[in-house]
Design a protein around this ligand. Structure first.
Ligand SMILES: *Cc1c(COP(=O)(O)O)cnc(C)c1O
Length: 427
């Protein structure tokens, strides 16, 4: 794969997983090819039997995807990763890889609205049930949600949009006590600010659409495997990994692939059958984003801290949430898990009616109203009117989104200009 494993994250961002030899391109070329040539039919047969690894069809693997997946795996400290066409797919595959009809899992309730729907509505139609728990509840309360058929726990390092900090160690402890893995969506923190595997998470997911791409050019996702979960120790719970897969002549993933069992199954089974792969062109663009991730995250956090401190002193603002503020409910957890900063997303409420909040948003000049978050340009959204409008007020509160919450995604422009735009919109 690559000889950059021992390097610091900043160097992995820039140089990781692409080692051109004499006369080869310095930059990863775009492998815009659906298929790959072989010389004998035997060589091809070996690939289909998973006896050899190699490219054959871009629905399963492509060199662009593999460079980016390997880089993300290295940044997270995992053994392998797979790119998906979106963050939604990443979370779906991460869960569906070990859950089937009749199974159950537990999720933090403070998660991205799209994931909330995926878990609570769409996966239910596949016969997979979820129980949402308050992530701040004590261990006993969360443990009460376990059933004999519970297969995993899920949470977000920093919830979108509430920016609540997940107590990863607490969740890992609960999960492992019950013999199931912890899956953490690390989209907002990115491995620059938090590496959930170091705190006991087993699988990490990403919407690469956000900070990893960072420029709002392409939708994408990733699933990363720590290689740490012992599937065979809980063989009865995870038959998909520990019993023969008839679609590969009875191969058993945990035996054939060891630490790579989970991520290999996700690729050769789920991706083969569902095909939500990232396009090579998009992987190429995400790689450009990754090259500056470490610089951008530092600036996002620095700017967001200043914006949060400005909002706190602003008479028109009812409340501010940012885990970098000393009085924030999640300050201590943020210091523990993300001592170098959290992310660029700040949430706040404007005093007065919902209409006054929307009028404030409409008066902003370069801070634009967009559905997106977490790219270089500062943008804003009112989740109750936009991304989360299908949720009732009760569900909104359970998801950590109060009806007056405004989500401000602080970009990497000059922070004085960002604050000046906010100021003029308040007055
Ligand atoms: C955006 C987002 C997703 C979904 O990702 P897409 O790339 O939009 O499909 C999942 N989780 C989190 C935390 C997100 O912010």
């Amino acid at each position: 794969m690559s000889d950059t494993q021992h390097l610091h994250p900043e160097t992995i961002c820039v140089q990781g997983c692409w080692n051109p030899r004499k006369g080869e391109p310095r930059i990863v070329p775009i492998y815009q090819s659906t298929t790959f040539r072989y010389e004998t039919s035997e060589q091809m047969a070996q690939l289909f039997d998973l006896k050899e690894s190699g490219y054959f069809y871009s629905r399963l693997q492509n060199p662009n995807n593999d460079v980016v997946a390997a880089k993300i795996a290295q940044l997270e400290g995992g053994v392998g990763a797979m790119l998906t066409s979106s963050g939604q797919t990443a979370n779906f595959y991460a869960v569906f890889n070990i859950c089937e009809a009749g199974d159950h899992f537990i999720s933090s309730s403070t998660i991205y609205g799209g994931t909330f729907n995926l878990f609570g509505v769409t996966m239910k139609k596949l016969g997979i049930e979820v129980t949402f728990v308050d992530p701040d509840a004590d261990e006993a309360t969360i443990e009460a949600a376990f059933r004999p058929n519970t297969k995993l726990i899920f949470g977000e390092t920093l919830s979108n949009p509430g920016v609540h900090v997940l107590d990863i160690e607490k969740f890992a402890h609960i999960a492992h006590h019950h013999g199931v893995p912890l899956i953490v969506d690390n989209t907002f923190a990115t491995p620059i600010n938090c590496r959930p595997f170091e705190w006991g998470a087993d699988i990490v997911t990403h919407s690469t659409t956000k900070y990893m791409d960072g420029h709002a050019t392409c939708i994408g996702g990733a699933v990363v495997d720590s290689g740490n979960f012992d599937w065979e120790a809980h063989a009865d719970k995870f038959p998909g990994l520990t019993r023969p897969d008839e679609s590969y002549h009875g191969l058993i993933y945990a035996q054939a692939f060891g630490k790579m069992a989970y991520i290999t199954k996700a690729t050769v089974q789920l991706m083969r059958d569902f095909g939500s792969i990232q396009a090579p062109q998009n992987a190429f663009l995400i790689n450009l984003g990754l090259e500056t991730l470490h610089l951008r995250m530092a600036r996002h956090c620095e700017n967001a801290q200043k914006v949060a401190e400005f909002l706190r002193t602003c008479s028109k603002v009812a409340w501010v949430n940012y885990p970098g503020l000393k009085e924030d409910k999640y300050y201590a957890l943020a210091q523990k898990y993300m001592p170098n900063g959290t992310c660029g997303v700040v949430t706040f409420g404007v005093k007065g009616s919902r209409q006054e909040a929307l009028d404030f948003i409409d008066r902003l000049k370069f801070i634009a109203i967009v559905t997106h978050v977490a790219d270089v340009r500062t943008c804003i959204l009112h989740p109750a009117s936009h991304t989360h409008r299908q949720l009732s007020d009760e569900q909104l509160i359970a998801a950590g989104v109060s009806p007056d919450l405004i989500r401000l995604s602080v970009g990497i422009e000059n922070v004085d200009d960002i604050i000046a735009d906010l100021k003029q919109a308040f007055t």
